[in-house]
Design a binder for this molecule. Structure first.
Ligand code: COA
Length: 182
């Protein structure tokens, strides 16, 4: 049996306003568990401070962010991305679904949408928890900086970018892509 067959199927679709609760839940878990490996408790608390499902409604409805969600049967949303223009603004995967290729599939989808809109590069304000992942996907750090999180703490991060159409050094076929059904 191929390893990919062990991955529960999921599909990726456009995010909608009714996803707000699921987006919020995945964001909370991803930051509290995955980002906590890199940031302190106080940084994590400041990151999630004041977040709520309404924030995703506002991002979609008022700020024009385009969401893509990875949805698994009987589980619901297990990851999501959000983009605006040539910027990937969010990418979060539920900890129980991490290292299964979901983040890579969402990033590839976001890049394809950005390319289809006519942009020649992708920009990301990356948390340090995502740095290795993005480098693997061909992104380079443009600048290290701090961003002011909702709770007020300055949190170390990095501006990263990648020219679209450039070859990725380690462009493994991500064996677990087989789990993606949509
Ligand atoms: C970063 C994130 C989106 C990755 O999602 P994911 O679904 O786990 O990623 P994938 O399974 O597609 O990973 C592909 C490869 O990236 C690398 N990678 C992923 N997460 C990594 C990590 N935490 N540390 C080191 N390498 C990592 C690995 O090489 C992995 O391949 P492997 O599992 O075969 O070794 C997810 O860990 C996350 O939500 N993190 C918290 C929030 C965050 O920092 N988001 C990004 C910046 S806003």
């Amino acid at each position: 049996m191929e390893l990919g067959n062990l991955i529960p199927p999921y599909r990726i679709r456009r995010g909608r306003l009714s996803d707000a609760g699921g987006l919020y839940a995945v964001h909370e878990r991803a930051v509290r568990v995955l980002a906590r490996r890199v940031y302190s408790d106080s940084q994590v608390e400041s990151w999630v401070h004041g977040n709520s499902p309404l924030c995703y409604v506002e991002a979609m409805r008022d700020e024009g962010e385009i969401f893509a969600v990875a949805v698994a049967r009987r589980r619901g949303i297990v990851g999501f991305s959000a983009l605006k223009g040539r910027e990937v603004r969010s990418l979060y995967v539920d900890p129980e679904w991490s290292r299964l290729g979901v983040g890579s599939a969402l990033l590839r989808r976001a890049e394809a949408m950005i390319a289809a809109a006519g942009h020649d590069r992708v920009e990301i304000g990356a948390s340090l928890a995502g740095l290795t992942f993005y480098e693997l996907h061909g992104y380079s750090v443009v600048k290290h900086r701090h961003w002011r999180s909702r709770g007020g703490l300055m949190i170390p991060a990095a501006d990263m970018e990648k020219a679209l159409g450039t070859a990725v050094a380690d462009d493994r076929p991500f064996r677990r892509r087989a789990g993606q059904s949509g």
